[in-house]
Write a protein that binds this ligand. Structure first.
Ligand code: ADP
Ligand code: MG
Length: 421
């Protein structure tokens, strides 16, 4: 090991208490430390934060971190402060700070104490902040959740579009680090172009989840009974059932309860207290099943979720991947079962009809991929990974036989008919 490598390992231990790097972290970190533009694509939970936190702590100057979620920024700041002698090592700059607080942040930056400055993108548009930051030593700029820059991503935020312009104003040669868990080639291209870093070194981790089993069943009017049967066959295991609407969540949770299954509902229409209660019940295993809208899942870190059921098919492959990805985090069994009827696609199309045309077109294209996925007779894993720009060989790849199509190949009736005629 070179001196520099030993330093990285000892800093990792010192600041984070970890004894080794995960996946591509070490290579990414070296690239960031060397001041290059860097693009990091890793699935959720892959350890992206460390890729900018560690370089920020060891480099001279202050790193600016742009992130869309204030709650997540606060968590990260608290975690970093906890392992540092100086509270000023990390700050959040946002519109809720009063004058004294802003002065404190600025002083800490001027005095070289602050290594990480978290900023919401809308705060970065403030002239006062930009004028101040451009007089300071900025080590690099990290753009977390960088897919927010792309209309093809699942969480487009217009404020992200201005980032390149703002970064340029703060400093012409500030290295940029973009990070995302969205792996589609289109979103990646958007990010690189929009941030003006087509020269970036790209680090992409595999999105394969070999321990997940993928299955799609046709959705009939007996779907509820089918779900009940599935859950009873998996008694005592933890699982999530996703539904499109709050109403369906309530109804299905009740149906499950009536059938002797420990289930609770979760959606954004419930009051905060109930939501926290139901989430805790799931984490503490006081309930086996959470029936939920997509409001459930962000930041839920239960390692032993054994199944994820989609009562309704999601609106994109990314959503499907994110939501099924909550199963089997511990590496153990994770059954992903989705119910599919073309009627549900039409319903999703209808929801979009009020939106701007450009948005509808994108929504439609994403839905067509979902249709193709649901109706395919090829390996579902291969399909998903191909969607994310990754080639997968079912013969040699890990988890190659972990889906319904590979286990029970469909009869190629249509193809045969054609040959006969
Ligand atoms: P992402 O942003 O890619 O979704 P996070 O940065 O939130 O992932 O990290 C996910 C989890 O992995 C966190 O709990 C973090 O503490 C942990 N983690 C990150 N790097 C390491 C490491 N080198 N060793 C052990 N745990 C790690
Ligand atoms: Mg993250």
């Amino acid at each position: 090991m070179s001196i520099a490598e030993i330093d990285l390992h000892s800093s990792l231990k010192k600041y984070f208490g970890f004894s080794g790097f995960k996946g591509l972290q070490e290579e990414v970190i070296k690239n960031v430390v060397n001041g290059n533009n860097t693009f990091v694509i890793m699935p959720t939970g892959g350890g992206k934060s460390l890729c900018y936190q560690l370089p920020a702590l060891i480099k001279e100057g202050t790193a600016i971190v742009v992130s869309p979620l204030i709650a997540l920024m606060k968590n990260q700041v608290d975690a970093i402060r906890a392992v540092s002698e100086n509270e000023g090592v990390a700050h959040v700059l946002n519109s809720s700070l009063n004058k004294t607080e802003v002065k404190r942040v600025k002083d800490d930056i001027i005095n070289g104490v602050t290594k990480l400055l978290y900023v919401a993108p809308e705060s970065l548009t403030k002239e006062e902040y930009v004028d101040f930051l451009k007089t300071q030593k900025i080590s690099f700029m990290a753009v977390d959740e960088a897919h927010c820059i792309s209309e093809w991503g699942h969480d487009f935020r217009p404020e992200y579009r201005n980032l390149r312009h703002i970064i340029k104003r703060i400093g012409d040669d500030i290295p940029i680090v973009g990070l995302t868990a969205t792996a589609t080639p289109k979103v990646q291209e958007d990010i690189l172009k929009s941030l003006g870093m087509t020269d970036a070194v790209t680090f992409k981790a595999s999105f394969n989840r070999p321990n997940l089993y993928y299955e799609v069943r046709p959705k009939t009017k007996n779907v509820d009974a089918d779900i009940i049967r599935f859950i009873k066959q998996n008694e005592g295991k933890s699982g999530i059932v996703y539904c499109l609407s709050r109403k369906r969540v309530e109804e299905l949770a009740q149906v499950l309860q009536v059938n002797g299954i420990k289930a609770v509902p979760y959606h954004a229409g419930l009051d905060a207290k109930t939501r926290v209660k139901h989430q805790d019940m799931f984490l503490m295993e006081d309930t086996d099943v959470v029936v939920a809208t997509i409001a459930f899942g962000m930041g839920i870190d239960k390692p032993d979720v054994r199944f994820v059921i989609h009562h309704d098919i999601p609106k994109s492959i990314e959503s499907y991947y994110q939501e099924t990805g909550r199963a089997g985090r511990d590496g153990g069994e994770g059954h992903c079962l989705a119910y599919y009827a073309y009627k549900d696609i039409e319903k999703l199309e209808k929801f979009m009809s009020g939106k701007p045309v450009a948005e509808q077109e994108i929504g439609h294209a994403l839905l067509q991929e979902v249709v193709a996925f649901a109706e395919t007779s090829m390996s579902r894993r291969k399909f998903i990974l191909h969607y994310f720009g990754e080639e997968f060989d079912t013969e040699t790849g890990e988890g190659g036989d972990m889906d319904d199509n590979v286990r029970n190949p469909k009869n190629q009736v249509e193809a045969q008919d054609e040959v006969k005629i």
